[in-house]
Ligand binder design. Sequence first.
Ligand code: HEC
Ligand code: HEC
Length: 282
Amino acid sequence: MRAPLAVVILLLTGLAGSGNADAQAPADEFKKLCISCHTIGGGRIVGPDLKDVHERKERAWLVRFIADPQSMLASGDAYALKLKEEARGVIMPTVPGMTMDRARTLLDLIEAESVLEKSQFAGVQVSDRPFTKEDIRRGRDLFLGKIRLAAGGAPCVSCHSVNGIGVLAGGGLGPDLNQVFERLNGRKGLVTWLTAPATTTMGAVYGDHPLEADEEILPLAAYFGELAKDPQESSQASTLIFVLLGIAGTAAVLMIFDGVWKNRFRGVRGEMVRKSVERVKG
Ligand code: HEC
Ligand code: HEC
């Protein structure tokens, strides 16, 4: 199970930052730009499974949609709106630099991959065995950096916060991940997302240090699944605690300064008194 993933990851990392987009083979382009939201024959993740998409909708429409999904949706196109509804309101982003020509090449690729028994884009080979308590614990330890990530990526906690790890822990650069399991459409969506994070920061951090399938992605997903079971207000509660701690902390610091200053003052004054007494005596 793990070997094919390693190959995919090698390919992915090899691709990251590999120059001129126009010169890239369509498969590379699909891996880089589309795989975080679409499989071909692996089921829906954020976007629909693209297997046989050419049989669902005419090519000219698909070309226009890939080139500029947003204006297609804005135009009120009924099919596009139906797709959006099925995607729970997520809108496909306009891929930077996408042209009609590149869209056509990508559609050719999707069509060719659709007839294969198993497309190379059918999704990542992360085991779908049920999560265990041990997975959840391991996921938490990975998140916190108590267990190092095998490829040397930074621990999640340096940029993300979640509930239940102590109010002051967790970085603020990335979003709060309490509900990410839901937000990315559950286990399958989250697992696929983590296999090839396509966003700016995550792509930069884990492009060269990819997460391992069954040893890291699976337990992290188990942990996020567990966190998502908690109602959302707990994160508001922790924000409140954070604010209160901030106020308490400021007060404590003021008190410390105040105390130190007073002591210092007393100390100086005591010294002056002692000296003048000595002078009088002497
Ligand atoms: C951030 C997620 C995301 C990325 C990245 C993305 N898509 Fe999409 N795609 C969607 C969503 C969501 C939909 C459904 C329409 C909507 O809600 O905007 C969609 C719809 C489509 C459709 C129409 C599917 C159908 O069933 O008719 C095609 C074709 C498509 N995308 C191709 C691509 C290609 C090719 C790429 C890469 C260049 C890509 N998408 C990148 C999210 C994404
Ligand atoms: C260097 C900072 C940094 C580290 C380390 C980091 N992230 Fe992120 N993460 C971000 C940022 C910033 C975003 C927002 C999207 C972007 O810019 O990449 C993000 C987005 C995400 C998202 C998508 C959230 C959403 O709501 O769409 C997930 C899931 C995620 N990170 C998981 C992780 C996991 C799991 C780890 C540890 C293995 C991790 N991140 C480590 C900075 C980081």
